[in-house]
Design a protein around this ligand. Structure first.
Ligand SMILES: [Zn+2]
Length: 451
């Protein structure tokens, strides 16, 4: 694929007019069709643009604040070739994201200020802002606390041992205590390793039918409840990432009703896909299940192996309802690229994870089309709400540095490996037709993607 569609944060600032575009700004709930002008990278009064400024027809398009992904695996440092900071950032730009938060489970892990600085330095040339999340424990080994204060000073926007939960109660308490007053969340992958041992998909009738070891929802709930109690005890911020169970979500709902500093995200795949995809289904959670839903030839597809595993239909719909009612703050992709040799293996041996930066918006739009979500809520969960969690803001008001996405919500496209900007193609959405095509992404006043 030509790189001409992609720009970088180091490019010259853009001047352009988007004429007659539908502007949706979740900051103030506004939704109106108007002209949107960018002058030297800043949002401006359309009348201020010089004559002859580049003009794009915005008819039928939606402009929204740039998306922020709280959970991205960029695989650098690391040597498996599944992704680089540059390719992951291009995938982000193509998906409408202007910020990604790089998870620390790299090789070596991001557990020191110097390693965070290395990623941040490479990110400066990328097609989106790259933020970093520091490891909670040294080497992500779950034994000793890493230096969270130094990493916060070096730019860490949060801390996580993602791939696993902080294993012990004592260590989790030490981490939360250290974060009290730092205003950085502990971003927890809530999964009790003992309860989840050897499981490869969600426990339930489908796992039983396929003969695969099932993951029980209690594996998530026990860590969610432990961490909420520790957040109460220490006053530190907790962010639960990729919630996948109705029970875990319900615990968050109760905590928030008590005014606790607990936020959470769900992935597009946990709110739209179900455990039946492991059996070959390609129907979304909100679509009626039918006998024709499952294609035996697609069963045991390693691209459906993800951790936490794809949920039951009931849980997927509960997560979607949580997003619609505001209990779920954000959609985070958990973009997890893997090379084919780690996926084209027996299901139980496949590496967990799927890519998601280039399909997140479209998956959300499919839920909007199904009337499970409204468009403004979807946009808020992709943009300003995750941005707030890491201390970024987004605004479409004149005078602000332009940071936005423009997409066609009705255009449809089939997900194809050949056109993905990611260096990997491990997604079960390949071949699936989805609504929504990003036309333009502008980050920090620079065009980072245009189609
Ligand atoms: Zn995780």
């Amino acid at each position: 694929m030509s790189d001409e569609r992609f720009g970088r944060l180091t490019d010259a600032p853009v001047t352009l007019l988007l004429a007659g575009v539908r502007v949706i700004d979740p900051n103030d709930g506004s939704d109106s069709i108007r002209d949107l002008a960018v002058l030297d990278g800043f949002l401006a009064d359309p009348a201020a643009l010089p004559p002859g400024a580049q003009r794009l027809d915005g008819t039928g398009l939606v402009a929204a604040p740039g998306f922020c992904d709280l959970h991205t695996h960029l695989r650098e440092p690391g040597a498996d070739g599944a992704e680089t900071i540059a390719s992951g950032a291009r995938a982000a730009a193509r998906g409408g994201f202007t910020t990604v938060c790089a998870m620390p489970n790299t090789d070596p892990p991001l557990d020191t200020p110097a390693r965070l600085a290395w990623v941040l330095e490479r990110g400066r040339q990328a097609a989106c802002r790259v933020r970093v999340i520091g490891a909670v424990t040294t080497g992500r080994q779950g034994k000793t606390l890493a230096d969270l204060v130094e990493m916060a000073d070096a730019g860490a926007v949060g801390f996580s041992d993602d791939g696993a939960a902080v294993p012990s109660h004592d260590l989790a308490r030490a981490a939360f205590s250290c974060l009290t007053g730092l205003d950085r969340p502990l971003i927890e992958h809530a999964e009790d390793a003992l309860l989840a041992t050897a499981s490869v998909m969600r426990a339930g009738p489908t796992a039983t039918r396929l003969g695969l070891t099932g993951w029980v929802p209690d594996a998530e709930l026990s860590v969610v409840e432990r961490d909420i109690a520790l957040a109460v005890e220490t006053g530190a911020r907790l962010h639960l990432t990729h919630l996948s169970t109705a029970a875990g979500l319900e615990a968050v709902r109760r905590a928030r009703a008590r005014g606790l500093p607990v936020t959470c995200d769900v992935t597009p795949h946990h709110m739209a896909l179900t455990d039946e995809w492991v059996a070959g289904s390609r129907q979304f959670a909100w679509e009626a299940s039918g006998d024709d839903a499952q294609d035996v030839a697609r069963a045991f597809d390693g691209s459906c192996r993800v951790n936490p595993p794809l949920p039951s239909r009931e849980d997927a719909l509960a997560l979607l309802a949580g997003l619609a009612d505001g209990t779920v703050d954000a959609i985070a992709t958990d973009h997890a690229p893997h090379p084919p040799e780690r996926k084209l293996v027996p299901f139980e041996e496949a590496a967990p994870g799927m890519i998601g930066l280039e399909t997140a918006l479209s998956t959300g739009l499919a839920a909007v089309e199904a009337e499970r979500l409204d468009l403004a809520t979807l946009i808020g969960a992709l943009s300003i709400r995750p941005a707030e969690i890491i201390g970024e803001s987004r605004s479409l008001a004149p005078g602000q540095l332009a940071d936005l996405v423009v997409f066609d919500p009705l255009a449809r496209r089939r997900v194809e490996a050949a056109v993905l900007a990611s260096a990997s193609a491990n997604t079960p959405l390949l071949g699936v037709e989805l609504p929504g095509v990003v036309r333009l992404t502008v980050a920090e006043g620079r065009v980072t993607y245009r189609s």
